[in-house]
Design a protein around this ligand. Structure first.
Ligand code: HPA
Ligand code: ZN
Length: 350
């Protein structure tokens, strides 16, 4: 149970904790808690440059995306066996259960592992088995989204796409992550075209550190159904009109944005402005082990700093289902369940 935070009524905190939600922007490698990392390193006889959990946590002090990515890739180096990927994924799903995340569409980065000599099969099987077990045990549904690392070449991404084809029935979409600036979506136009031909849906990180032009490219060239982050859309009025009229959701990650200095402090975050203008905004945790909180903590910190009310929380939770890749029927049913929380509120504001 999360302790009551200053400025949030128990009622609002309770609603955040209990309302069902989908998480649509989550890198499974970014859920690697230091305790589990040390445990896996120990059993795999890997010596890390950090002596303790505390020392590792201290290194989580980032000034931009790249300073985070360097540590994030380093951490993933201890993942060797199927069981390692299983344990990583299962630990995240336990957090979903705690936070009432009933559906998750997770990113995984094959190149982070295949470049170290870990086979696609080992990585995929470990993650997939954990997702299936959580569905069986707790009814948490999920999808997998394979991301290409944009700092690597398009040729490398194409090779990865080919490696993924035997698994394509269980990978719903492809995405684009890693260092954004200097690696525009246009660099991956051909590989996304090929992925679409093979039946994958597409999403892409854009407008986190990169300019609105990258969002235009993701929409026009990569044909994405959602924009991951996308907070810089607000700098371009024409782009805002487009994402609103075409109902392109943004998977916003508030704690990530603060940790990576996209905004100086949560009070400066533009999530409320996006929401008020009619953008389908969702709240997600991105890399929760590194950024200080899972789904509910992201909701709580945002609601508190931006003074959001019950109506906003219900809207954001509903948006998470609307923006998901679930069937329309399931979307409707979850959104209806979210609406019940409007009725449970004694007050209609904070
Ligand atoms: N942005 C880009 N690449 C990433 C991120 C992110 O927030 N997290 C993990 N890889
Ligand atoms: Zn991300």
């Amino acid at each position: 149970m999360l302790e009551k935070k200053k400025g949030l009524t128990m009622n609002l905190q309770n609603i955040i904790e209990k309302i069902p939600k989908a998480e649509l922007h989550l890198h499974i490698e970014g859920t690697f808690e230091p305790e589990l990392m040390f445990e896996i390193a120990r059993r795999n006889n890997i010596v890390t440059r950090f002596k303790s959990v505390e020392e590792l946590r201290k290194a989580y002090d980032f000034h931009n995306l790249q300073s985070f990515l360097d540590i994030y890739y380093e951490g993933a180096n201890v993942l060797i066996y199927e069981k390692d990927f299983y344990d990583l994924t299962f630990a995240y799903l336990l957090k979903c259960r705690e936070d009432n995340v009933v559906h998750t569409e997770i990113f995984f980065d094959p190149q982070t592992h295949t470049h170290r000599g870990i086979s696609f099969k080992v990585m995929f099987n470990g993650i997939f088995a954990a997702l299936k077990d959580a569905e069986k045990e707790w009814g948490i549904t999920s999808q997998m989204i394979m991301c290409f690392l944009r700092h690597l070449s398009e040729e490398d991404a194409m090779k990865t796409l080919k490696e993924a084809l035997p698994y394509k029935n269980n990978i719903l979409a492809v995405g684009l992550d890693s260092s954004e600036v200097g690696h525009p979506p246009s660099k991956f136009e051909r590989v996304f075209k090929e992925a679409i031909k093979e039946g994958f849906l597409t999403v892409a990180h854009a407008g986190e550190e990169g300019p609105p032009e990258y969002v235009w490219e993701a929409l026009d060239l990569l044909k994405v159904k959602r924009i991951d982050h996308g907070v810089r859309c607000i700098e371009d009025e024409k782009l805002m009109r487009r994402i609103i009229s075409e109902k392109i959701p943004l998977t916003v990650c508030p704690l990530s944005n603060i940790k990576l200095c996209v905004f100086k402090k949560m009070e400066d975050h533009n999530l409320q402005k996006l929401l008020q203008q009619g953008v389908i905004v969702t709240i997600n945790s991105d890399d929760p082990a590194y950024f200080g909180g899972y789904a509910n903590q992201n909701y709580i910190k945002t609601v508190e700093a931006l003074n959001l009310n019950v109506g906003d929380v219900v809207q954001i939770a509903k948006n998470s289902f609307q923006a998901s890749f679930m069937s329309d029927e399931l979307k409707k049913s979850w959104m209806k369940k979210c609406d019940h929380f409007l009725g449970t509120s004694k007050e209609n504001s904070k």
